[in-house]
Ligand binder design. Structure first.
Ligand SMILES: [Zn+2]
Length: 207
């Protein structure tokens, strides 16, 4: 029987929380997908390189986290190209995925990103962890929504212009509960690219 798979994805990093998250996923036998911001990379280059070596995937989340529908096409192209260059230089591997900030304007981001070989990826399970402080609520949203082929949208960091809470401890703590439970239910945490290469064909009986 083929194992059910889930793609755990993370936006707005890297941050001081990213390494703990990457290690947790690896400890549970899987890989995660991290949509990083170009302007958050400085100081985290070694971490990104280690993450790629450990089997995680890095995606493009723009350079400075604009609302893509509010910027012109030249600026959008510049945001994606600068992030692409920054991730590639830091990690040694060019992203093949892009996720627009706020999930905004995915069609245009897909079109412009496509010029750079980027496929636009959104999500279908939303823990709302970027504003949630209660760990059990993050855990429940993920475990209630997960299915074979699910793409879960966590946040391991925050944009440079973010004025709210700059702490992702609840996300890390939630993952300490979520990961063993996913494994217990028969899920393998895989990268988005690994999942896309072999699409889901079944739903686990426990969901
Ligand atoms: Zn974001």
């Amino acid at each position: 029987m083929k194992q059910a798979r889930v793609a755990l994805t993370f936006d707005d990093g890297p941050s001081a929380h990213t390494e703990a998250i990457a290690d947790l996923i690896a400890e549970h036998g899987g890989g995660g997908t991290f949509f990083v911001l170009g302007d958050k990379i400085p100081g985290h280059e070694d971490l990104l390189r280690r993450m790629v070596a450990a089997g995680h995937e890095l995606g493009n989340h723009t350079f400075s986290h604009p609302r893509c529908s509010r910027i012109g096409e030249d600026e959008l192209r510049d945001e994606l190209a600068r992030a692409q260059a920054a991730v590639t230089e830091a990690s040694g591997r060019a992203p093949v995925l892009v996720r627009p900030p706020y999930g905004d304007d995915p069609e245009r981001v897909g079109a412009v990103g496509g010029e750079m070989g980027l496929a636009c990826i959104l999500w279908d399970v939303d823990p709302i962890d970027w504003r949630e402080r209660k760990v059990d609520r993050i855990v429940r949203r993920v475990l209630d929504g997960v299915h074979d082929g699910a793409i879960v949208d966590f946040h391991d960091g925050w944009p440079s212009h973010h004025t709210g809470i700059r702490d992702r401890t609840p996300t890390v703590d939630a993952l300490r509960e979520i990961l063993p439970e996913l494994v217990r239910r028969g899920y393998e945490p895989v990268t988005v690219s690994a999942m896309s290469a072999q699409p889901a064909t079944q739903t686990p009986s426990s969901s």
